[in-house]
Design a protein around this ligand. Structure first.
Ligand code: ATP
Ligand code: MG
Length: 239
């Protein structure tokens, strides 16, 4: 399979395990949704995949058959394992445009190429007014989420980990963010979208939905699984 493959992943901090034997595959070209109760380990999974040094991880994670777990955080980013954060950080004093050009330079992408991507994608994400402003500084909640997605798109991920990019958005903004997510679908990109709400899944129809409870995937299914979750919640898997 081409794409992201995770087998028997265990991860935690010290002796406290947060991810407990997780199996998950997200093939290139597909968008998968990850849902699950608060504290089940969804954000931790993103941090572990991007290589946050705080977490110790065991198991197998590969991208196109190449091991990821042995690589440090910078190398994983260079290979395109990128995360849009649940709580985007503000970087006062650093303009968004400059941050992106610098991020490109770190990856060996020339400034002209980054500028071209920024100019092409800014209208898609309605980000033109924010390019000269400090990163996420004084932005509304919805604007921050859009900015996160825009930054990710400009860096052209191979694995896009979208952590609750639809939380706190008004109805129009959900639609806008959904369009942005749909625009990320590509033959060499795997998208994992974490959400608590089935409303965004009406606009972005995922290829698969996975349910995560206490550090493992306990159920996977087609888009119809979202309706079942909406009706029944996570009760069935809590025991
Ligand atoms: N740095 C840390 N130190 C100790 N415990 C942590 C740390 N980070 C996360 N945890 C714990 O790991 C568990 C999983 O947290 P995580 O943020 O991954 O959940 P989540 O599924 O993303 O939840 P939510 O839907 O609320 O965002 C929680 O119980 C959390 O308290
Ligand atoms: Mg989370």
């Amino acid at each position: 399979m081409t794409g992201l493959a995770i087998r028997d992943l265990t991860a935690g901090i010290g002796t406290s395990q947060i991810i407990r034997g997780l199996d998950l595959e997200v093939p290139y070209g597909e968008i998968h949704a990850l849902m699950g109760p608060n504290g089940s380990g969804k954000s931790t999974l993103c941090h572990v995949l991007t290589g946050h040094p705080r977490f110790e991880a065991r198991g197998t994670v590969s991208l196109n058959g190449n091991d990821l777990l042995g690589l440090d955080v910078d190398e994983r980013a260079r290979r395109g394992v990128l995360q849009a954060f649940q709580y985007p950080t503000e970087i006062p004093g650093v303009k968004l445009q400059d941050l992106l050009v610098e991020a490109g330079e770190e990856r060996g992408i020339p400034p002209e190429e980054m500028t071209e991507r920024i100019e092409r994608l800014a209208p898609v994400f309605s980000m033109e007014p924010f390019l000269e402003r400090a990163v996420n500084d004084e932005l509304s909640g919805g604007e921050k989420k859009r900015s996160e997605l825009f930054q990710l798109a400009v860096l052209q991920p191979r694995v896009a980990l979208l952590d609750e990019i639809d939380s706190g958005l008004d109805i129009d903004a959900v639609r806008q963010v959904a369009e942005a997510v749909k625009s990320m679908r590509a033959p060499d990109v795997a998208v994992l979208m974490i959400t608590h709400y089935s409303r965004i899944l009406r606009y972005v129809i995922p290829d698969r939905i996975h349910v995560m409870v206490r550090g493992r995937i306990v159920e996977s299914g087609g888009p119809e699984l979202a309706d079942r979750l909406e009706a029944e919640g996570y009760e069935a898997w809590r025991e």
